[in-house]
Design a protein around this ligand. Structure first.
Ligand SMILES: Cc1cc2nc3c(=O)[nH]c(=O)nc-3n(C[C@H](O)[C@H](O)[C@H](O)COP(=O)(O)O)c2cc1C
Length: 224
């Protein structure tokens, strides 16, 4: 049920598996329908739209940042928050996802800075891909995204969905919905709190150095 007094919140949402029939894509679709029920506007994307060649600084200098990364930048710039359903590959995130994060990080202003983020995973394992989500937090938080503390990891995902695409365990489905609603509340609050500062210093704590230091303020931030 959407909150009557919800003000506009726009979320970018995609699964990070290229595979046809991906369980993470199913989880992303379920999250999209829940987010819409809770009053958000959803931009449902596919990781295939953001596919890039392997990061190479020579390529960047010669031909610029590829179209897939630019597509993700534009979609990030247009949203208030984003949600990713990522497979766990060898206790980390898939290479395609890390690669596009690396490319997008080259844009200035830096598109992840100050964005609210929610990460989730689906896996046939008993841990649901949670270890990969801890890995995914690192580059996102490094880049200034505000990654929501609770991460949803759907264990034994090959048995977890019902025929309608919902989580068959009613209690787990309810927790999933409640968590997404809490995340949307935070996105809404962060969007509308007028004095929120979003300074990003790439290596906060290092002695400032004009050659290497990268500092940005998010778009709602006051300058200091
Ligand atoms: C290269 C590779 C590594 C994998 N590593 C893990 C892993 O570390 N943990 C895990 O839970 N599942 C792992 N899996 C299994 C995936 O969770 C499973 O293939 C899942 O279906 C992938 O997500 P998808 O259905 O969205 O494509 C791995 C799969 C592949 C292909």
């Amino acid at each position: 049920m959407a909150k009557d007094n919800r003000s506009a919140v726009r979320l970018l949402l995609f699964g990070a598996s290229l595979r046809e029939g991906s369980m993470n894509d199913r989880l992303a679709s379920l999250a999209a329908s829940v987010a819409e029920e809770k009053g958000a506007t959803v931009d449902r994307a596919s990781i295939a739209e953001f596919e890039c060649p392997s990061y190479d600084m020579d390529v960047e200098l010669a031909t610029g940042i590829p179209a897939g990364a630019n597509a993700l930048r534009e979609r990030l710039n247009a949203c208030d928050g984003f949600m990713i359903a990522s497979p766990e590959y060898n206790a980390s995130m898939p290479g395609i996802l890390k690669n596009v994060i690396d490319w997008v990080s080259r844009f200035r202003p830096q598109p992840f800075n100050g964005k609210q983020a929610f990460v989730m995973a689906a896996s046939p394992s008993m841990t649901g891909g949670k270890i990969g989500l801890w890995a995914l937090r690192q580059p996102l938080e490094h880049l200034g995204a505000r990654v929501y503390p609770d991460m949803f990891a759907l264990a034994q995902a090959h048995h977890a969905f019902d025929d309608a695409g919902r989580i068959a365990d009613a209690k787990l489905q309810q927790w999933f919905e409640n968590t997404i609603e809490c995340f949307i509340d935070l996105v809404e609050a962060s969007k509308h709190y007028p004095n929120l500062k979003k300074q990003w210093v790439e290596f906060l704590g290092e002695r400032p150095d004009d050659e290497t230091t990268r500092v940005e303020m998010g778009d709602t931030a006051a300058t200091t």
